[in-house]
Design a protein around this ligand. Sequence first.
Ligand code: ZN
Length: 344
Amino acid sequence: MSLFKWMKLRRYKKHARANIKEIKKILAKNSSKIDPKQVDSIYSEIDELKSFIKQCSEPQQLEDRFIDFSNRTDKVLRAYKKSVFREYAEAIITAILLALLIRNFVVQAFKIPTGSMQPTLHGANYYGVGDRILVNKFIYGAKTPTGILFTDIKIPYYTFRELRKPQRGDVIVFSTEDIALLDEDERKKDFIKRLVGLPGDKIEILGLRRETLFVQCDFCGEIKHIVNPIKIFKPNGEIFLQGECATCRKILTNGPIGEKEGVVLVNDKVLDTPEIFKRIPYLNEGPFGGRFKTIYVPENSYYVLGDNSPSSKDSRFWGYVPSSNLKGLAFMIYWPLQRLGLIK
Ligand SMILES: [Zn+2]
């Protein structure tokens, strides 16, 4: 036998055996629905075909025999084969529904588009790949869908009981609709910021001025903007700003700055827990965060700030987040893999 013929035969046999397996599956699944006589006759057909496959050495003969077999079994099984397709369709629809339920009530994935939460969360612009994160949808009380999927149509919704109240330091995802001071385009997006002020809180930002972020770069020799600044605490108690040169990405340091420069006062106390609040230099900016401006957070509202204060459009500029806008708590980075970890 030529190699070509041998391979053809082998392929046909494989195909016929796979088909037999499939038919047996359908028979087993529908054993109660099909006439037992027909079931028996198909089984004996299968046995015959099997022994024919074993001894057959002519691909053409096998093909003819197989077509013959298929024609006869198809007559009986056609109706049930369709139900197999229906089963697949049902499985896919179930999977989609399950995914939607999980997304709505358990956990939702988000992409971080900007660097406003640097260094906690990396945005797409600066580091190439934006972090992908998971958001807990039930901790503040899950909501039934608030609108119809793929449309702008709003529907009445129900909010389930919360596991705990939002806390200062939580990294929260919220919708921006009804925040009047944002542009119409921005009011269609979800934002992610760190929760700073709770309802009733008195908030004041003690000023780090934007000019403090400008320093002469040892590498470029020019006055450059410090990108993604954080506070560095020296052993002698002095505080410096450290970040990257806007041009050459080398580390820049400036300071010392005052102990109460770039801090947030909440109810007249320096906000220092969780730890991250100590490290972020906050800038005095905007109508709700300017120098000597005292803010009282209204009922059912939150005051939120980005960790990257120099390039974050947050409550300082547009005010408060209505509590009904809360979508969940950002708790984990899952992509890129080297950034995998919990969000603090
Ligand atoms: Zn430089």
